[in-house]
Design a protein. Structure first.
Length: 148
């Protein structure tokens, strides 16, 4: 019995570590989002570096959440029925928001095409809406993961 308790505590500790890292990445991404949005009116010189950093963090955040949290659930390593139920409910919407974030990054990371500031404000607004939905869905999974 003692061994099972120890394994359970290690799993919970590992889960909490992953959640903490995800929340840290989320915060970093949101701070950079606000930095980019605060640059309006956008100019190439002032916007390009901050936008590139934001896109890098945005993609890292989306990938971390997918591989560290959702992949665990999808692969069957999660055994708690409530966590699986919540994940199945919210994951499709999280995936849509992730796809939108990656498309935004592809458009604005500065590596594949020149920066077009004329659509940036509109696209940032749409991205903000998608990120808000994603955060809400992630919080539901976090709540399920942290219930005992």
């Amino acid at each position: 019995m003692e061994t099972a308790d120890k394994v359970g505590q290690e799993r919970r500790s590992g889960t909490l570590d992953v959640i903490d890292k995800m929340l840290h990445e989320r915060q970093e991404m949101l701070v950079l989002y606000c930095e980019v949005a605060g640059l309006e009116p956008f100019s190439h010189e002032a916007t390009e570096d901050t936008l590139r950093r934001f896109c890098d963090v945005l993609v890292d955040y989306a990938a971390f959440c997918h591989f560290e949290i959702y992949e665990r659930i999808v692969s069957g390593r999660e055994r708690r029925a409530r966590v699986i139920e919540v994940a199945e409910e919210v994951y499709p919407r999280i995936a849509e928001a992730s796809d939108f974030a990656v498309a935004f990054s592809d458009r604005y990371d500065g590596e594949t095409q020149p920066l077009k500031t004329d659509t940036l404000s509109h696209d940032l607004s749409l991205l903000g809406e998608e990120l808000a939905i994603r955060v809400e869905m992630e919080d539901r999974i976090i709540a399920a993961l942290t219930r005992r």
